[in-house]
Design a protein around this ligand. Structure first.
Ligand code: SAM
Length: 294
């Protein structure tokens, strides 16, 4: 996947909770000890021919892409502690293969979570793809598991319940409904002012839920594909330690973690280019926090 740049990894940011490196995640993982992290969350490039910047080929043959994924997944499993959680976010096309691989490596299947996100384009001759896949595996019996709840959905016009719950509304848990394996409440990330999709960024709400489900306070979370740093920002706020790396431009992540505004620029500036139609610089307000509903 990645051409060897000859550069080794560099520590570019540290906080009370985490460390961010710039470089190839495979190199970082080679230096990490067996069983040293409690949760792995991975949102790799999807091999959709996106511009991720120098040194990243996002248009591999299917077999090469899957080989590359198996490489970092195998290291991810090695560095995961017994009972740790492994979350892998990708297109169903890839996750059906990669879930099989995780099972072959002895990982325990927990869930295929469908994230309903109508951000994709219709594909001629196919059904309209409207979900991403979030695989959730554990290394043996989970050592941390919390089943989150979310508020009972209400009509945004009248405030009344959307469903009638078969007349058992009064028996619902006052803390809300159990989160199921289909998530329809994850918003796409749009930045105020620009209304553009920024830096290939996942919703903080998605990460908060993942971190809640699969880790405890004080655990160490590892995300090998930094992007805009959503995992690290959420880990900080949820008092989890974190370890991160980004092969492209790490500055947007640092700015976000430091609470500074940052600029994303396309192309050839790491992940920043994805989803943008022009090359102008776009200001992103790092202080925007996406509302959490659980
Ligand atoms: C889909 S994005 C991750 C977005 C992130 N989850 C977020 O919410 O901001 C994938 C990122 O992985 C980076 N990347 C690709 N190959 C990498 C590698 N071998 N090591 C580290 N980062 C890599 C890309 O530059 C890109 O920023």
């Amino acid at each position: 996947m990645n051409e060897m740049t000859g550069e080794s990894i560099n520590l570019v940011y540290s906080s009370e909770y985490g460390h961010l490196y710039q470089g190839d995640c495979l190199e970082l993982m080679a230096q990490m000890g067996d069983g040293s992290v409690d949760l792995v969350f991975a949102d790799p490039p999807f091999n959709l021919n996106k511009d991720y910047g120098k040194g990243i080929n996002d248009s591999l043959d299917d077999a090469d892409y899957l080989d590359w994924c198996r490489g970092w997944i195998s290291d991810g499993i090695r560095v995961l502690a017994d009972g740790g959680s492994f979350f892998l976010y990708n297109l169903p096309k890839w996750n059906i293969e990669l879930g099989h691989y995780l099972g072959d490596q002895g990982m325990m299947f927990r869930h295929w979570i469908a994230i309903d996100l109508k951000m994709m384009l219709p594909v001629p001759g196919r059904l309209y793809p409207s979900h991403y896949s979030l695989l959730y595996y554990t290394k043996g019996k989970p050592k941390a598991f919390t089943r989150p709840r979310y508020p009972v959905p209400v009509c945004r016009h009248c405030g009344g319940d959307i469903k009638d719950y078969g007349g058992h509304r009064n028996k619902l848990n006052p803390e809300g409904l159990n989160v199921a394996d289909v998530w329809t409440d994850i918003p796409p990330v749009r930045h105020r002012g620009t209304k553009r999709r920024g830096a290939n960024e996942l919703s903080e709400k998605l990460l908060k839920r993942v971190v809640t489900i699969g880790s405890d306070e004080g655990d160490l979370i590892f995300d090998p594909f930094g992007g805009s740093g959503t995992t690290y920002a959420v880990a900080e706020r949820m008092h989890r330690h974190w370890l991160g790396i980004e092969l492209g431009d790490a500055e947007p992540i640092i700015a976000r973690l430091e609470g500074r505004d940052f600029y994303v620029e396309a192309p050839n500036n790491g992940d920043a280019g994805k989803g943008m139609t022009s090359q102008r610089r776009v200001k992103v307000n790092s202080k925007i926090d996406h509302p959490s509903l659980f």
